[in-house]
Design a protein around this ligand. Structure first.
Ligand SMILES: [Zn+2]
Length: 313
């Protein structure tokens, strides 16, 4: 049957559309309730972002007092969860020069051993450094990337209660903003054999999206990972056919720490959002984080991890 938009139909269409919008809002709230209660505490997830992106942390520039505070905070969270260190005292130190400035960076590395494949590793990663203070303004980096770090700690908490089949390394990388230096150091100076790392899941900016779009990229390079990615997840649209060399968006293959794994041929999935108005601005503050979107992102990352962990990598 051909659809002919008479005035009546147009009116009906409009009413349905309005109704649909109302329902969409309600659904988002209801869908949020679908996150299993025992997976994680949404308030704790948000509170950690609030702490790490507060002015006290001075924008967490590599080598600064603020970065040291962030490191101490992350290590104390991991200790509280009784997640074991992979490096002595959790820290893998490194030093480097950039634009005639010498830096000392510190990756924070911890591990939960796998119950079935302990010799095969999945590296969950997020960078904790950000831009610091410029012209007297603090770049708090709430989305970039306190959101990823709090998610990483949430993962650690979840996997303590739900032991993974593969061993999982939690890598909070330093010096990402200076050129992915921490993750490059990690793959060039691995504590475990590089060929035992089967996968990297990297989270960098997962806390806000006005269009409820979460990008999960990497499948253009590693097609075997496509099967674990849903089209929708709770209230989120999942986009996986852009930003990794196909589609219209710019290529993000080398834009965050997953690039260091990719350079060694290690499959990766990167979770992130489209650049927003506060991206790399002093206005990337806690207030910009969208609690429901953020919690749905973390839920999505955990559910995808579970699928991957259930496969033989
Ligand atoms: Zn970032």
């Amino acid at each position: 049957m051909n659809f002919r938009p008479t005035k009546f139909y147009l009116l009906l269409f409009y009413v349905l559309l309005l109704n649909c919008n109302v329902q969409k809002k309600q659904l988002t709230k209801d869908q949020f309730k679908l996150i299993p209660q025992n997976w994680f505490n949404g308030k704790t997830l948000l509170d950690r972002v609030k702490i790490l992106s507060s002015d006290e942390y001075e924008g967490r520039e590599t080598g600064s007092n603020g970065a040291k505070k962030a490191k101490d905070f992350i290590v104390s969270e991991l200790r509280n969860l009784a997640v074991l260190p992979l490096a002595p005292n959790y820290i893998q130190p490194f030093s480097f020069k950039k634009s005639n400035t010498s830096y000392r960076g510190e990756n924070i590395l911890s591990i939960i051993k796998g119950s079935i494949y302990p010799e095969k590793y999945i590296v969950l990663s997020a960078h904790y450094d950000h831009e610091g203070i410029k012209n007297g303004e603090i770049y708090n980096g709430a989305d970039d990337n306190a959101s990823g770090i709090s998610a990483l700690i949430t993962f650690a908490n979840f996997l303590k209660k739900n032991p993974p089949k593969h061993s999982v390394i939690f890598a909070a990388f330093d010096a990402e903003e200076l050129g992915l230096i921490g993750s490059k150091y990690f793959v060039d100076n691995t504590i475990i054999p590089l060929n035992s790392i089967k996968l990297n899941l990297n989270m960098d900016m997962i806390g806000r999206s006005d269009t409820s779009e979460l990008y999960i990229i990497g499948t253009n390079h590693y097609k075997q990972l496509q099967s674990v990615i849903p089209e929708k997840s709770l209230g989120l649209q999942i986009i996986s056919d852009e930003h990794d060399g196909i589609g219209k968006g710019i290529n993000w293959t080398n834009s965050s720490d997953h690039a260091s794994f990719h350079s060694k041929g290690i499959p990766f999935l990167y979770f992130g959002v489209e650049d927003h108005k506060d991206y790399h601005q002093p206005t990337d503050d806690y207030e910009g984080i969208q609690p429901i979107f953020y919690q749905n992102s973390v839920y999505t990352a955990i559910s995808i991890f579970k699928k991957l962990d259930g496969m033989q990598l």
